[in-house]
Design a binder for this molecule. Structure first.
Ligand code: URA
Length: 259
């Protein structure tokens, strides 16, 4: 059974996500009339709104969605990173990780690359995409005439799943708030999802990656290009051609000329 502390923490995280999404008021709970039993779904009679508590130390973007300054974005990401480093929500992952892997790059990046979860190298070094698949991602970024430091690189999960197994649905759900929060702070213009876990998680869909790739999708008003994961390319080099098509489409949209 969940402890009161645990429930309180979850409620606080939920409120914080709402506040970061610009939702500053919630409907006032209605007093039950004598006839209203448990589980009644009757609509509230008034539209009264109550302020979302602001007791979180997180520096969040204003409800106007004005981008944070570079310094404020760095500070907000640092606070989130500290919270992630202590996250106990996925018991198995918290017990087996060497460290959490938060994300790396430009806090004001126009483009974020979103992967699945840290592997063994990332778990050891605390940085996403530093193993073989990461080296291929770095080559893809450089082929786009960018540097790793220009973009922001993050994963759906911040902990390594044991044996690099696919993230479980409850792990994805537990980590989702951190992902939304990182993107809310960075406010990129574009997101590139690498592989089906990243694409399906961000877009909340079951559509296969082969159908999501190649055209822009939308996440909270941000243009999202989905493509194959670099680890898949290591096993299926023929798919590099499609990834390069996706990257060219993305670079054209970003106004970046390729040689
Ligand atoms: N694969 C991912 O999806 N993320 C990493 O950080 C490394 C490999």
């Amino acid at each position: 059974m969940a402890s009161a502390d645990h429930l309180q923490r979850l409620a606080r995280q939920q409120l914080e996500s709402l506040r970061q999404a610009g939702i500053t008021h919630l409907p006032k709970p209605q007093k039950k009339s004598p006839g209203q039993g448990k589980g009644s779904r009757s609509a509230p009679k008034t539209g009264a709104l109550e302020p979302v508590p602001e007791d979180s130390p997180t520096i969040a973007p204003a409800a106007s969605d004005r981008p944070l300054s570079r310094d404020d974005a760095i500070a907000a990401l640092r606070v989130a990173q500290q919270e992630v480093s202590r996250c106990p929500l996925c018991v198995e992952l918290a017990e087996t990780r060497t460290q959490t892997v938060f994300g790396v790059g430009n806090p004001r990046a126009r483009l974020c690359f979103l992967g699945e979860a840290p592997g063994a190298d990332e778990d050891r070094q605390g940085e996403p995409f530093v193993g073989r698949a990461g080296q291929l991602l770095t080559k893809i970024i450089e082929a786009c005439t960018l540097k790793r430091e220009d973009v922001y690189i993050l994963n759906v999960l911040k902990c390594r799943p044991p044996g690099n197994r696919t993230p479980l649905p409850h792990e994805v759900a537990n980590c989702r708030g951190y992902l939304d929060r990182q993107l809310q702070i960075i406010q990129p213009e574009y997101i590139c999802c690498l592989g089906s876990v990243a694409a399906q998680t961000l877009l909340e869909t079951d559509v296969p990656i082969s159908r999501l790739r190649g055209k822009f999708q939308q996440y909270r008003g941000i243009d999202v290009m989905c493509t194959y994961h670099p680890a898949y390319l290591l096993r299926n080099p023929a798919a590099k051609r499609e990834v390069w098509e996706d990257m060219k489409r993305l670079m054209t949209a970003m106004g970046i000329k390729l040689p």
